[in-house]
Design a protein around this ligand. Structure first.
Ligand code: TRP
Length: 459
C-alpha cells in the first residue's frame, strides 16, 4: 500500500487538493451549463432545487467518493473490484468509464468554442455589434464544420498532451494561480451585469423562485446539474480521492470544494441572467446562451475586449482542468485494468471522445439532421443536447445513486467512517454521514427516478 501510495504521489497539501478538486469541479458546468439549464427550466425555482440537492444529496456523495478513492487508491472499476470482488458492482465503475467518454465528447466541443471566442474577442469582432449581430456571429461560427471540429480537435489534443504527463503534475499548479483570477473577472462581470439598465427583471427571474415554472423535468435537470457541477457520479472524485493523503480531513475538503463550486456557479448566474433580460434575449436559448450574452456585456465595459479575452482564456483553462479529470477516468481504467501504457490509454480515451464529439460539433447548424435530431416535448434537440442529457444528467444520477448504495449498504458506513476518521481525529459526525448516505441521498434519488418511470408525462 505504502509503496503504491508514494508511486502514485499525493496532493502537496490540503490546499493543493482543494484547489485541484475545485479545478475539476469548476468548469463549463458552472459557467456554461448552469446558466443555460437554469434558463431553460424556469430560473429561481430551478436554482432552489439545485442548492437543496447540493446540501442534502451531493455533499454526502462527494465524501463517499473521496473516501472510496483514498481507501482503495484505485480507479473506480478497480475500487469496486477490490471492495466487492467478483460482483456486479464493477459495472457501476464501467458505467463511469462509458459516461466519461460520453461527457468528454461534447465537453470538448463547447470548450473548443471558448478557443474560437478568445480569437474573436482579441481581434475585436464583437466591438460595436448589437445583440442580434452578436448572435449571428455565434450561429455562423458553430454552423461552420471546419471551425467547430477544428476547435474541438485542438482542445482535445491539448487535454491529451497534459494527460500524457500524468494528472497531477500540471493540474495543481495551474489551478492555484488561475482559478482566483477567474473569480476576479467573474465578479467584475457580475457588477456590470447587475447595473445594466433592465437588469431587475433578470435578477427576479434568477432569485425569486416561481414554482409554477418548475416541471418534473426541471427537477431532474437541477439534480443532474448538481452532480455534473461537482464532478460526481462517474468516479472522478474516487480518482482524485486516491491522491489524497491520510492526514487530510475529507469532510472539510469536500465542504470546501462544494462551496467554491457553488459560489462560482451562482456568480455566473448573476453575471448572465440580468444581462439576458437587459439585452432582450431568450433565457431558454440552449447551448449557445453564454456565447451570445457575454459579448454584449463586454461591449458595455471599459476595455471590454481585454476583459473578454481574459475571460475566455480563463474559461478555457477552467474547462481543461475539468476535462482532464473526465478523460482520466477511462484512461485510468485502461491503465489499471487492461494494463496499457499511459500513452496508449490516454490516446484511446481521447481519440474515442474526439470521434464521438464530431457529430456533437456538427449539431449546431452544420448538419441539419444532427441539429434537429429528435423532438422532445415539442422542442427540437440536437446531438449535443441529447448527449448532454443522457450522459451529463441521467448517467450521473444513476452513478451517484450507485455510489450511495455501495458505501451506505454494501461496503458499509462503519468502514467508510473509519477511513474518514483517519485524517480527522475529532470526527464526530459518524451518525450524520451514515444517515445521509444510507437514507437521504439514495431515497431522494431513487424517488426521483421512480417518479420519472411511473409518471413520464408529469415530466
Ligand atoms: N464538474 C465539471 C464542470 O463543472 C465537469 C466534470 C469534471 C465532470 N469531472 C466530471 C462532470 C465528472 C461529471 C462527472 O465543468
Amino acid at each position: 500500500m505504502n509503496t503504491q501510495s508514494s508511486e502514485r504521489g499525493v496532493w502537496s497539501s490540503k490546499l493543493g487538493f482543494i484547489l485541484a478538486g475545485a479545478g475539476s469541479a469548476i468548469g463549463l458546468g458552472n459557467i456554461w451549463r448552469f446558466p443555460t439549464t437554469a434558463g431553460q427550466y424556469g430560473g429561481g425555482a430551478f436554482v432552489a432545487v439545485y442548492l437543496v440537492s447540493i446540501a442534502l444529496i451531493c455533499l454526502a456523495v462527494m465524501i463517499a467518493e473521496l473516501t472510496l478513492g483514498r481507501h482503495t487508491l484505485r480507479n473506480p472499476v478497480g475500487a469496486y473490484n477490490e471492495l466487492a470482488p467478483r460482483s456486479s458492482w464493477k459495472y457501476l465503475g464501467l458505467l463511469g468509464v462509458i459516461t466519461g467518454w460520453g461527457i468528454s465528447s461534447f465537453y470538448s466541443v463547447v470548450a473548443g468554442w471558448t478557443l474560437g471566442y478568445i480569437f474573436k474577442t482579441v481581434t475585436g469582432v464583437f466591438t460595436d455589434l448589437g445583440p442580434a449581430e452578436i448572435e449571428s456571429v455565434f450561429v455562423a461560427f458553430t454552423s461552420n464544420p471546419v471551425a467547430s471540429i477544428g476547435c474541438h480537435a485542438v482542445f482535445m489534443t491539448l487535454t491529451m498532451l497534459i494527460l500524457y504527463g500524468g494528472v497531477k503534475a500540471g493540474i495543481e499548479k495551474w489551478s492555484k494561480i488561475l482559478m482566483p483570477v477567474l473569480l476576479v473577472i467573474l465578479v467584475l462581470l457580475v457588477i456590470r451585469s447587475v447595473t445594466l439598465e433592465g437588469a431587475a427583471e433578470g435578477l427576479a427571474f434568477y432569485i425569486k423562485p416561481n414554482w409554477g415554472n418548475l416541471t418534473g423535468e426541471g427537477v431532474v435537470a437541477a439534480v443532474g446539474q448538481a452532480f455534473f457541477s461537482l464532478s460526481l457520479g462517474m468516479g472522478t472524485m474516487i480518482t482524485y480521492g486516491s491522491y489524497l493523503s491520510k492526514k487530510e480531513n475529507l469532510v472539510s475538503s469536500a465542504v470546501w470544494v462544494a462551496s467554491l463550486d457553488t459560489l462560482i456557479a451562482l456568480l455566473a448566474g448573476f453575471a448572465i441572467m440580468p444581462a439576458i433580460f437587459a439585452f432582450g434575449l431568450d433565457p431558454a436559448k440552449g447551448a449557445g446562451l453564454i456565447f451570445v450574452v457575454l459579448p454584449n456585456v463586454f461591449n458595455k465595459i471599459f476595455l471590454g475586449n481585454l476583459f473578454g479575452t481574459g475571460f475566455f482564456v480563463l474559461l478555457a483553462v477552467a474547462a481543461v482542468t475539468s476535462l482532464i479529470s473526465i478523460v482520466e477516468v477511462p484512461a485510468a481504467y485502461f491503465i489499471d485494468e487492461k494494463k496499457m501504457s499511459r500513452k496508449k490509454a490516454v490516446t484511446i480515451s481521447g481519440l474515442g471522445a474526439f470521434l464521438v464529439g464530431i457529430p456533437a460539433a456538427l449539431s449546431l447548424g452544420s448538419v441539419d439532421s444532427l441539429t434537429n435530431l429528435v423532438q422532445i416535448r415539442g422542442k427540437s434537440q440536437g446531438f449535443l443536447d441529447l448527449m448532454n442529457i443522457i450522459f451529463g444528467q441521467y448517467s450521473l444520477i444513476i452513478g451517484s445513486l450507485g455510489v450511495a448504495v455501495f458505501v451506505g449498504w454494501k461496503w458499509g458506513v462503519a468502514k467508510a467512517n473509519a477511513e474518514i476518521a483517519e485524517g480527522h481525529p475529532k470526527y464526530s459526525a459518524q451518525a450524520v454521514f451514515a444517515f445521509f448516505i444510507r437514507f437521504v441521498a439514495p431515497i431522494a434519488v431513487a424517488a426521483l427516478l421512480i417518479c420519472l418511470i411511473l409518471f413520464p408525462d408529469a415530466f
